[in-house]
Design a protein around this ligand. Structure first.
Ligand code: ADP
Ligand code: MG
Length: 265
């Protein structure tokens, strides 16, 4: 009983106490080449605890590559990445990388749920294996997270029976189950039918208002403007401009930002 309520209490992100200047993610002059192609150019990127950062920019500007580097899914060519002040060494074997990878929960465009597992099993798989929770603790945690994303009644259903919006909400619950320091979203609504976008943005908004630390790559400019604390505009591998969402959308300083916003707004 007590264990279960503990697991439920743990169902939100770790350690939400705001600490001034507390930096969850930082890159220092991060560069990435694919062959001859220079796709990240001296990226200095920082995310503070409880901050919601919207990462916007044209297709091919390096947004996905940047967030994949943060999780060592890609290896930077030069420069440094720090997660919670600890240097990420992407050359370490997967086993040694995994504790740092766990600090960041990833949500991708295409959900990546396990098709042969029920919704609940998808959510509790990693906590059972990696966090070594008991079955009861993991189920309690999984149920509380499914309730949080509005899908408790789907706990025993297989992903194939869910809509895209429901799948993405399960993917968010699954990311949360590892109690990451921050959530990284890569175009989480881009694969969805328009009528399903809202339910996913709603869940993300709730997380933001609860004080979750989030990086969101998105084409949803209204979401970026309403929900984020800071917008970062990337183009051609560089951070061109960043700042307060209202300020950046109303009065972009750089020509490239102006041209991009004219096209998408
Ligand atoms: P965005 O997410 O902003 O659309 P990406 O980070 O996906 O941009 O891509 C940045 C650039 O890197 C693009 O030119 C893309 O074609 C290239 N790129 C991405 N992944 C690879 C890869 N695995 N191999 C070669 N080139 C890649
Ligand atoms: Mg991308």
């Amino acid at each position: 009983e007590q264990e279960q309520s503990q697991a439920v209490e743990n169902a939100s992100l770790q350690d939400l106490t705001p600490v001034e200047g507390d930096i969850v993610i930082r890159t220092e002059k991060l560069n990435k080449y694919f062959g001859d192609k220079h796709v990240l150019k001296d990226i200095n990127f920082e995310v503070k605890r409880r901050e919601v950062v919207a990462l916007i920019g044209p297709s091919g500007s390096g947004k996905s590559t940047l967030i994949r580097c943060l999780n060592a899914l890609e290896k930077g060519t030069s420069g440094e990445i720090y997660i919670q002040g600890e240097r990420l060494n992407p050359n370490l074997p997967a086993k040694q990388l995994s504790p740092m990878r766990r600090e960041l929960g990833m949500v991708f465009q295409n959900f990546n749920l396990f098709p042969h597992m029920t919704v609940l099993q998808n959510v509790i798989e990693a906590p059972l294996l990696v966090r070594k929770l008991s079955k009861d603790q993991a189920v309690a945690l999984g149920e509380s997270l499914l309730a949080k994303v509005g899908l408790l009644e789907k706990r025993d259903v297989y992903p194939g029976r869910l809509s895209g919006g429901q799948k993405q909400r399960v993917a968010i619950a699954r990311a949360l189950a590892m109690q990451p320091r921050a959530l990284l979203f890569d175009e989480p609504t881009s694969a969805l039918d328009p009528e399903l976008v809202g339910e996913v943005l709603r869940v993300m908004k709730d997380l933001a208002y609860e004080g979750s630390t989030m990086v969101v790559v998105t084409h949803e400019m209204q979401f970026a403007r309403d929900v984020s604390d800071r917008v970062v505009f990337m183009s051609d591998g560089s951070i061109v401009e960043q700042g307060d969402p209202d300020e950046l959308f109303r009065r972009p300083k750089e020509k490239r930002t102006q041209l991009f916003l004219e096209r998408v707004l």
